[in-house]
Design a protein around this ligand. Structure first.
Ligand code: ADP
Ligand code: MG
Length: 580
């Protein structure tokens, strides 16, 4: 389960190479586009050595027309290739993004709890884009240019191999000096990526907390904090830019030097009569093309390292071994909802505080059990363990006598419904939000669920009723209304197992009473676990379990516990609830 010493996977180039098949059509066009330019040096030499020498203007025109035709074809193939490659690349990225999201669905919460949303978002949105960009650059620009350069080099060798060799010998020298920059560029690019992830993480947290921050008047503190992350990113970007500038200037100078050297070499051969002026001209015209991949590398190198970092970051997520390791496949024919906790002990991953200690409890099928106790006593943890969001280190949980490990966890979750304290609404209509629990429910079923949750009334008072947009960019609805929506969502699912974690805590007395009524109605025929702070809400429970510090300290019926002189009776007194 440990991946502290995560080893970075192969390069983004390997990734592209493995997917090269995807680009076969686009690469086909790239080859055609290159072939169109291959005869150019010969044609140039023909013009100078033959047509100029013989003053043959019609032949000159014909040759020029051939050049124009080749250039036109080159252009057409280039356009066709580029659009093909970008389509193919798009499909590749779709798959990568979908892989990332799919992975998120499987990662264990022990891992996700420690990830900042902004960081994950950065992987999903930006890193994939970086990979997309470099792939496009490499396949659509670099590879064709490389082909072009190789083709012309071959042509030059055929024309005059000595001069061609002189020219080509300079390429590795350039490559070597250039590699000296590599390591430092790579290192700085990693620092930049990490700085960016930290900044997006911190910024997304701060943006979510804007209301809180302003309410406290603590804007300065937050701004200062964010500015520090921002400064670190700018600083690493600056380092990268400086290094790149140095590198580019260096590369440019080298290319100038090359040109001079080949001109001198070519002039030498021309003076000796070894080559014609036409050949010299063809060499000089081809030189920029031969060198272009090398020059292109200098332009690409920064983007490459950016993409490489993006790729590492994405792979780190995709290769993470912190996945939920439920392997079971069993589904229970007619699940009754009997739950058994056998000496369950649990600590959240990466912590060593035992949140549950030897928790043993039997919840009869179709019964209504309430968990009460001070906050932090482990009540919500029990609920999360039932749904398999975490795995106990010791002991086990059984459903209808079958251990969790044997069950298909997704199936079990689909038989259950939870209402949590902090309710999440998706961007969408009210109806969409309720329907989330059962995507194919009819409008009438949605309405019925809302009526049972006592939400129908306030929904009809919204401007567009069930079609009102809520969620991130929708209308604001109160905490109590959210809770009733999420109860409607749970009711619509018609679950075997219903978990209400402080589900009515945000309701005022009046609506709480109505929702309680509704919950009682839906509670029949299924197992219900109610977690509640306010003891008034659990009077109807068949059985009450009192927890403290991860242990059960009392359990009995409401009236029995109220008579005893234990924690429950104390809690009742503190909340001014009548005993019995
Ligand atoms: N995701 C988590 N990671 C680490 N510790 C957690 C996490 N969730 C809860 N805890 C800790 O577990 C203990 C029990 O929490 P919880 O089950 O939420 O209590 P309750 O619902 O009874 O208030 C608390 O001490 C809390 O700090
Ligand atoms: Mg809780």
């Amino acid at each position: 389960m440990k991946d502290h010493h995560y080893r970075y996977p192969g390069s983004v180039l390997v990734h592209i190479f493995k997917n090269l098949r995807v680009f076969r059509r686009g690469m086909g066009f790239a080859i055609l586009r290159t072939l169109m330019l291959a005869p150019l040096p010969w044609l140039f030499r023909l013009i100078i050595d033959t047509h100029v020498a013989t003053a043959n203007i019609p032949a000159l025109l014909v040759t020029a027309l051939i050049v124009v035709g080749l250039l036109f074809l080159h252009y057409a193939f280039a356009v066709a290739g580029a659009s093909e490659i970008s389509r193919e690349n798009g499909r590749l990225m779709l798959r990568l993004r979908s892989d990332i999201f799919n992975k998120l669905h499987f990662l264990a919460f022990g891992y996700l709890d420690r990830q900042k949303t902004g960081r994950l978002l950065s992987k999903y949105a930006f890193d994939t884009q970086r990979i997309e960009m470099i792939t496009m650059q490499l396949i659509n620009q670099f590879v064709p240019q490389m082909l072009y350069s190789l083709t012309l080099s071959t042509v030059l060798v055929l024309m005059h191999w000595q001069l061609a060799l002189l020219l080509l010998a300079l390429v590795p020298i350039y490559g070597f000096t250039h590699s000296l920059f590599h390591r430092r560029l790579k290192q700085r690019q990693r620092q930049t990526r990490l700085a960016q992830e930290r900044l997006t993480g911190a910024a997304s947290e701060a943006i979510n907390a804007l209301r809180l921050v302003r309410s406290f008047g603590e804007e300065d503190q937050v701004t200062e904090n964010i500015d520090q992350f921002s400064y670190r990113l700018t600083h690493s970007r600056f380092n990268v830019t400086v290094l790149n500038t140095m590198f580019n200037a260096f590369a440019h100078t080298m290319v100038q030097l090359f040109t001079l050297l080949s001109l001198a070499g070519g002039a030498y051969f021309a003076i000796r009569g070894a080559i014609t002026m036409g050949t010299l001209f063809a060499f000089m015209a081809a030189l920029p093309v031969v060198l272009s991949p090398v020059q292109m590398i200098t332009g690409l190198i920064e983007q490459y390292y950016v993409a490489q970092e993006g790729y590492f970051s994405v792979k780190e997520l995709l290769d993470s071994t912190y996945v939920e390791d439920w392997q079971g496949t069993r589904e229970i024919k007619s699940m009754t909802g009997r739950l058994t906790f056998e000496a369950v002990s649990f600590a959240y991953p990466q912590t060593d505080i035992q949140v549950l200690k030897q928790f043993t409890l039997e919840i009869a099928a179709g019964s209504h059990v309430a968990l009460v106790g001070p906050s932090g006593s482990g009540k919500s943890t029990v609920a999360q363990l039932v749904l398999g969001l975490y795995k106990p280190q010791e002991g086990r949980i059984l459903v209808d006598g079958i251990p969790q490990a044997d069950l298909s966890m997704r199936w079990l979750r689909q038989q259950s419904a939870v209402v949590l304290q902090d309710i999440l609404l998706f961007s969408g209509t009210v109806a969409d939000n309720i329907r989330f629990a059962q995507p194919n429910a009819s409008d009438e079923q949605v309405r019925e669920a809302a009526r049972m949750a006592n939400a129908d009334q306030f929904i009809s008072e919204l401007s567009k009723g069930y079609e009102t947009i809520v969620g991130e960019r929708g209308v604001m609805i109160s905490g109590g209304q959210r809770q009733r929506l999420s109860i409607a969502r749970a009711i619509l699912r018609n679950p075997r197992l219903l978990i209400l974690d402080e589900a009515t805590s945000a309701l005022d007395y009046e609506s709480e009473h109505l929702v309680q009524e509704a919950l009682l109605r839906v509670a029949t025929g299924r197992t219900v676990i109610t977690i509640a702070h306010r003891l008034s809400t659990i009077r109807a429970a068949d059985w009450i379990v009192v927890m403290r510090q991860g242990r059960i300290i009392e359990q009995d019926t409401y009236s029995e516990l109220a008579q005893q002189d234990g924690l429950f009776a104390d809690l009742l007194r503190m909340q001014n609830e009548p005993a019995g």
